[in-house]
Design a protein around this ligand. Structure first.
Ligand code: SF4
Length: 460
């Protein structure tokens, strides 16, 4: 772990091969800690006599300083997305959100079509606040609905009701061009019929995007303690797979197919910011506990900031930034990260880009083994003159050019390579520069990444 002073780093010029750039702003406070959550979120109640609480002015000043420092590291960039995550960013005043967006606009060039997302909890939604966020430049909100059943919201430790969630969705729909919401499924005792009924209601209320997460037990959370004591039992892998398959079936039928393991969207309406992560783009992470991936002096660096909010703001006040790590990544580390991120996507991982960024390719033997096991599948690149006769083109063109990684900015459409024995092996490989995890494979992604990474061979 090492700290890097701004003056020791020369601003990098824009990498023309990878123009996409996003800014993540982490607001680390919540009104209450949910028992399943392991995010960097903290509760700061206001105590008697006005003690405690959150000094929003102090945090705004710290965000502005850390953004300024980060811009000194990156040099000029065109920002394609800004994401306010947390925590509960909707606890911020609209004036604070506006000031942060203004500072970002002053430091970098913000693309006129940039996606600017803010996460909100239904209980913190007020019409006036949403109006203010919209005026500040936010054009997309992500609501943490989590369940459409009141008794389940209580079990998840949420502060809002289903009625409040529905009201918040109505406000979001009226105020913003785009909105999305999250639901948690595979909850204790949840049957496929119960989930199907709840999901059908959600799909009827959905806009262009929906995030559907399976409940997972994260270490050192209250749910982990209950789980260890046998008092909280979540569906086993087989039951979870049934719920997952049901989810894919229903969302696809509703026109919101998955584009990532847990994220569903109408064509072209995926979250640009999250696609930036999964496509291994470049992004700044500011605020307590934020992570970033910055190209500094032509080399990708991983950045991490201090997690504790008050220590972070003290660090920023003292030094101008709260980074605790600015670590250069070697090509193998980049290749591993790219694998882990890219295999989450339905569009798959571009093996040519992996070779360009990481200098490696997984061995064909390992890919074949994983294909035979049903964990991954090969994808073919659609061209006007198909390299392989008989390919069914099921993919859709990507409409997010600012987020396209190098090598993928070619209006590619991906489709599964037919399993029939048509064509020679060489022809099949030439037409299959991408791989993706299958539905089943997405449950064992870490193992797939481990095997592919262990098989890396130098790309020539
Ligand atoms: S509101 Fe979100 S970030 Fe905050 S504790 Fe709950 S799940 Fe975690």
């Amino acid at each position: 772990m090492h700290r890097v002073a701004a003056q020791s780093i020369h601003p990098a010029t824009i990498d023309p091969a990878n123009p996409s750039f996003g800014v993540y702003v982490h607001w680390p406070f919540c009104a209450q800690k949910c028992p399943y959550c392991d995010f960097n979120s903290h509760v700061r109640p206001v105590l008697s006599g006005g003690r405690g609480g959150i000094d929003e002015t102090r945090f705004l000043a710290a965000f502005e300083r850390e953004l300024t420092h980060t811009a000194q590291l990156t040099g000029p960039r065109t920002v394609g997305s800004i994401f306010f995550g947390g925590g509960t960013p909707s606890l911020m005043s609209a004036a604070t959100v506006a000031a942060i967006i203004d500072r970002i606009s002053g430091l970098w060039t913000v693309d006129p079509g940039a996606e600017i997302t803010l996460e909100a909890n239904p209980s913190s939604v007020e019409v006036d606040r949403f109006r203010g966020y919209r005026a500040a430049g936010v054009n997309r909100v992500s609501l943490g609905v989590q369940s459409l059943r009141d008794e389940q919201l209580k079990r998840l430790g949420r502060l809002h009701s289903v009625a409040e969630a529905k009201k918040a969705l109505d406000i979001a729909r009226a105020r913003f061009e785009r909105f999305t919401f999250d639901l948690i499924y595979a909850r204790p005792g949840q049957t496929p019929a119960e989930w199907a009924a709840e999901l059908a209601e959600a799909l009827a209320m959905a806009g262009d995007h929906l995030s559907l997460y399976q409940l997972t037990i994260e270490p050192e959370t209250p749910f982990a303690a209950l789980h260890a004591a046998g008092k909280l039992v979540i569906p086993d892998a087989d039951a979870a797979l049934v719920l997952y398959d049901l989810t894919q079936e229903m969302t696809t039928a509703a026109g919101l197919p998955a584009y990532e393991i847990s994220n569903h969207a109408r064509p072209g309406q995926g979250s640009r910011h999250n696609l930036l992560y999964w496509r291994y783009g470049e992004y700044a992470g500011v605020g307590p506990g934020a992570h970033g991936r910055l190209v500094i002096d032509g080399r990708r660096h991983a950045t991490v900031t201090e997690k504790n909010p008050e220590r972070w703001s003290s660090l920023v006040e003292a030094e101008g930034y709260g980074f605790t790590e600015v670590t250069p990544l070697d090509r193998h580390e980049q290749a591993d990260e790219m694998l882990l991120m890219g295999l989450r996507l339905v569009e798959g991982l571009d093996l040519d880009r992996l070779a360009t960024v990481g200098g490696v390719r997984p061995s064909e033997a390992t890919i074949d083994t994983l294909v035979a096991l049903g964990m991954i599948e090969r994808l073919g690149l659609r061209t006007t003159s198909s390299p392989v006769a008989g390919i069914e083109f099921g993919g859709e063109s990507d409409e997010i050019p600012s987020c396209l990684p190098p090598g993928a900015g070619r209006s590619a459409e991906w489709a599964e390579v037919p399993r029939s024995p048509a064509g020679s092996n060489a022809a099949r490989l030439a037409a299959a520069p991408a791989i993706r995890a299958t539905g089943g494979g997405r449950f064992v992604l870490n193992e797939i990444v481990r095997q592919l990474s262990a098989s890396f061979e130098p790309a020539d």
